[in-house]
Write a protein that binds this ligand. Structure first.
Ligand code: NAD
Length: 422
């Protein structure tokens, strides 16, 4: 079987690793992106996502990878993989404008026999009801002249335990032939392909996975709040419960949820369910309320810690350690550090920030002071809040140097009277 020519549309956290995997499997890969900065960087051999190094991009280029702006002529392609953003609009509803634009780009060049797969996360019906009509503006018919499928991306930036190839790929097709064409393609990239009965089941599988995480994080966040009130060490309880070899999956409390998936995808689900049925998805709403309330809860804990030492929050210097949404990833999308910083400012505190991954972090609308040297930062604060446990942080040294430390990740020993855990 000859290797197909693959176009990855959208070269971010999802698209770029996918392009690399396709190139590693001997496929010719064209990368299409709407951002000039992304394309210029890639042509110069620079990676803009954490999971890929500059050498990975050099390797991609050496294997014939062609980065193209979506406005440039696109060569003949067998397989289109759409990995564009699916954010929320300003009023909190799904924004599929990037999917529309990617669909129009493909419609202008698609040839009979091609396979088009949407990998971006969205609500059930997006592939068939939103993408399909745009692609059919080409004059070709989905399921007859070209194959159409949905395959959710499961990448977890920063995770080393499951490689791309080791993570099973879910695939649903418009028709059985579409599904089989997509499953055949992905079986060249990953060890296990899981097919669903239709497109909507594959779309729902992704929302189920991420809403499950969102809800369980909310559950354990609420558990942490009650444990604190009742004088129980939640981290100890979680460690003990996690020894059960079946029927329990560990989730850890934290300052809230961030990133492009967990805070966003459940909104796609609840919005769609409400639109279709008129009903509220109560679990989703409750989880959102609890997780979004964590920054305010942290402010109350910081205020209490300072008050116990006779210090008001107003005028105090609060140091935020680690502001990215996950450890060792330079990504601050939807980070709970932003609402926390805003609430602290509103309460009259000065907010210092130290994050070696985002040294110049400046959240929109919030005035924070970045401090490059962690020793200076710890010396210059009244209380430090460990929001993200980057592996470069020397936790014991931080616990010793901070006048007060609130550890929201449960990674610092709480034996010292100056340290509290969430
Ligand atoms: N980041 C993750 O961890 C993750 C994991 C699983 C699924 N997803 C989903 O994958 C999708 C992509 O997410 P991401 O994190 O890779 O986003 P990203 O913002 O990192 O990358 C998206 C890229 O698409 C480009 N783009 C936008 N419009 C385009 C267009 N019309 N044509 C070509 N390129 C265009 C952007 O310039 C950007 O480079 C989203 O639906 C997201 O929910 C993300």
């Amino acid at each position: 079987m000859t290797a197909p020519v693959v176009a990855v549309v959208g070269l971010g956290y999802v698209g770029l690793p996918l392009a690399l995997r396709a190139a590693e499997c001997g496929m010719t890969v064209v990368g299409i992106d709407a951002s000039e900065a992304v394309i210029t960087g890639l042509r110069a051999g620079r990676s803009h996502v954490d999971d890929l190094t500059h050498s990975d991009i050099e390797l991609l280029l050496s294997r014939g990878f062609t980065p193209l702006l979506s406005s440039e002529p696109i060569p003949s392609v067998d397989v289109f993989l759409i990995c564009v953003p699916t954010p929320l609009s300003a009023d909190g509803v799904p924004d599929l404008s990037f999917v529309h634009a990617a669909g129009r780009t493909i419609a202008s060049v698609i040839q009979p026999g091609a396979l088009v797969v949407l990998e971006s996360t969205s609500y059930p019906g997006t592939t068939e009801d939103v993408l399909r009509p745009i692609l059919e503006e080409s004059g070709l018919r989905a399921g007859a002249d070209f194959h159409l499928a949905f395959s959710p991306e499961r990448i977890d930036p920063g995770r080393s335990s499951h490689s791309f190839a080791q993570t099973p790929k879910v695939v649903g097709g418009l028709t059985v032939a579409c599904r089989d064409a997509a499953a055949g393609f992905y079986s060249r990239l990953v060890d296990v392909v899981v097919t669903t009965s239709g497109l909507r089941e594959a779309e729902m599988a992704k929302l189920l996975e991420n809403t499950y995480r969102h809800i369980n994080i909310a559950f354990v966040n609420e558990m942490a709040r009650f444990c604190h009130l009742l004088g129980i060490d939640v981290w100890d309880a979680i460690a003990a419960a996690s020894t059960k070899p079946f029927g329990f999956q560990r989730f850890d409390p934290g300052p809230g949820v961030g990133g492009h998936c967990i805070p966003i995808d459940p909104n796609y689900l609840s919005h769609w369910v409400h639109e279709q049925t008129g009903e509220q998805f109560r679990f989703v709403h409750l989880a959102q309320e609890i997780n979004a309330g964590m920054p305010a809860y942290l402010v109350s804990r910081i205020e209490r810690m300072l008050a116990d030492r006779g210090m008001p929050l107003r005028g105090a210097r609060v140091l935020l350690l680690g502001v990215t949404y996950k450890p060792d990833i330079a990504d601050d999308r939807e980070t709970p550090a932003r609402p926390l910083a805003a609430l602290l400012k509103d309460a009259g505190a000065a907010v210092l920030v130290h994050d070696p991954l985002l040294p110049r972090w400046s959240p929109p609308g919030v005035d924070v002071t970045p401090v490059d040297d962690i020793h200076d930062a710890l010396l210059g604060c009244d209380v430090a809040v460990l929001l993200q446990a980057h592996s470069s942080f020397e936790l014991t040294a931080i616990a010793h140097a901070a006048p007060l430390l609130l550890d929201t990740r449960g990674v610092v020993s709480a034996e010292s009277p100056t340290v509290e855990r969430l």
